[in-house]
Design a binder for this molecule. Structure first.
Ligand code: UDP
Ligand code: MG
Length: 140
């Protein structure tokens, strides 16, 4: 399988509960390398731009407010099949449906406050990485 990069976000519910290290350990145990990482505070507008694909969904406003409610950690994960592998490590969107041992099963508080974001396809991964990181910040 090809080496890929995917965009990950540790969301406000998790940064507030001091879970960055525990979540990063899950990625590293799965063979994903954290090749770029920074802690930032999103504005509601920036969160809205990032999640614009969901603009028509009923949860959009609440999601944008939540993403701007506390700092997030944005990161680039690299590895064989990293996009799909990260989705597996994250678990299902709703923690009630997430497989045991996944980040969302262990840490998520609700379907909205679900601890992590991960890109869902190569095109979105490239777009989402470019939204947060410059080429100079991606040292591999
Ligand atoms: N979300 C929500 N309610 C829903 C579905 C999604 O609040 O019914 C939020 C949740 O934080 C989720 C994000 O919107 O992670 C993006 O939704 P998506 O369907 O893309 O899920 P993901 O790719 O994060 O698993
Ligand atoms: Mg998604």
């Amino acid at each position: 399988m090809a080496t890929e990069r995917t965009l990950s976000i540790i969301k406000p519910d998790a940064t507030k509960r001091n879970l960055t290290g525990k979540i990063n350990a899950k990625f590293e145990e799965a063979g994903l390398r954290i090749v770029a990482q920074k802690r930032i505070q999103l504005s509601k507008e920036q969160a809205g731009e990032f999640y614009k694909v969901h603009a028509e969904r009923p949860f959009y406003d609440e999601l944008c407010t939540f993403m701007a409610s506390a700092p997030v950690v944005v990161q680039v994960l690299e590895g064989d099949g990293a996009i799909q592998k990260n989705r597996e490590v994250m678990g299902a969107t709703n923690p009630a449906d997430a497989a045991p041992g996944t980040i969302r099963a262990e840490f998520a508080e609700s379907v909205g406050e679900n601890s992590v974001h991960g890109s869902d396809a190569p095109e979105t991964a490239a777009e989402e990485i470019a939204y947060f990181f410059s080429g100079l910040e991606l040292v591999g």
